[in-house]
Design a protein. Structure first.
Ligand SMILES: Cc1cc2nc3c(=O)[nH]c(=O)nc-3n(C[C@H](O)[C@H](O)[C@H](O)COP(=O)(O)OP(=O)(O)OC[C@H]3O[C@@H](n4cnc5c(N)ncnc54)[C@H](O)[C@@H]3O)c2cc1C
Length: 247
């Protein structure tokens, strides 16, 4: 992205999506099998991997069911994620088996890209914490949300630009920007840490332990899961078959 000179007002961009690109991976079901079999068959196990698919499926399922977790750690996936800052605040609470690098608001001028939920986002919370549901908002509520957010974002970004134009450092001026601003980061994990994340940050009919994640982090989780399932179909199937609890 090129920086427009500070005296030219930038047009804000309002988005309702998140994007997740798998930029690098070394991850396959064979990594799990290799790690598990080395304990009994040593290096010979490499030759065994493709010999008997049913046995491989059974072994992965057994590891998942009995929560032998470490064989699921010998793989790596790096995702490039673009989402609002409030999603990243939740995301970075996941400390174990994750590495993060996020764009800097100190070293570059932040771009005016902001989150505004689309019509599919349920707006109204009913029930009590831990046992609530979200239901559709009315058209009026959607209009209020869109107008209030856009107005507030424009005002905040104008204040940011005014300070930059006056020579104030980016790290000071950014204080006025809201958590609906988009950021981007690389997040690297392995299948075990991803499963732990997915167990908490997605809702799924097969989940043995239900969770109630915020929809926007769930959108990120769903996109990561789609890509992981393609890389490790047996592991993904075993995760679902065993109630989506990380081993
Ligand atoms: C629906 C939902 C609502 C939430 N609401 C809030 C909220 O209101 N306020 C809030 O602050 N957070 C909230 N969180 C965040 C939550 O408390 C966790 O910080 C987050 O889900 C990361 O989970 P984790 O600690 O298991 O993951 P990780 O940090 O990745 O840890 C993975 C596992 O490692 C072990 N572990 C890691 N660190 C330690 C440690 N220091 N000591 C012992 N064992 C450790 C635990 O077994 C842990 O499950 C919420 C999360 C969800 C899913």
């Amino acid at each position: 992205m090129t920086d427009t000179p500070a005296d030219t007002p930038k047009k804000p961009d309002f988005r309702s999506d998140v994007t997740v690109d798998l930029v690098r991976s070394a991850a396959g079901d064979s990594d799990v099998l290799w790690a598990a079999r080395v304990s009994t068959a040593g290096e010979q196990s490499l030759e065994e991997l493709t010999k008997d698919p049913e046995r491989s499926r059974g072994l992965i399922n057994y590891l998942m069911r009995d929560r032998h977790g470490s064989p699921f750690e010998h793989n790596s996936m790096t995702f490039f994620i673009s989402a609002p800052i409030f999603v990243f605040r939740e995301f970075m609470r996941h400390r174990v088996g994750w590495s993060y690098n996020e764009e800097s608001g100190r070293y570059r001028e932040l771009q005016p890209v902001f989150y505004v939920p689309d019509a599919s986002r349920k707006l109204v919370q009913q029930g009590r914490p831990g046992k609530y549901v979200f239901v559709e908002g009315t058209e009026d509520q959607h209009r209020t949300v869109t107008e209030a957010m856009e107005e507030s974002y424009v005002q905040a970004y104008e204040a940011y630009q005014r300070m930059l134009a006056d020579g104030v450092a980016r790290e000071v001026a950014r204080s006025v920007l809201p958590v609906g601003l988009y950021s981007s980061m690389y997040a690297t994990c392995n299948a075990r840490s991803l499963m732990h994340f997915l167990g908490l940050r997605t809702q799924h009919e097969l989940a043995k332990v239900p969770s109630f994640p915020q929809r926007e982090i769930e959108m990120v989780g769903e996109k990561m899961e789609e890509q992981w399932a393609r890389l490790m179909p047996l592991t993904h199937a075993a995760f679902n078959a065993n109630g989506r609890v990380a081993p």
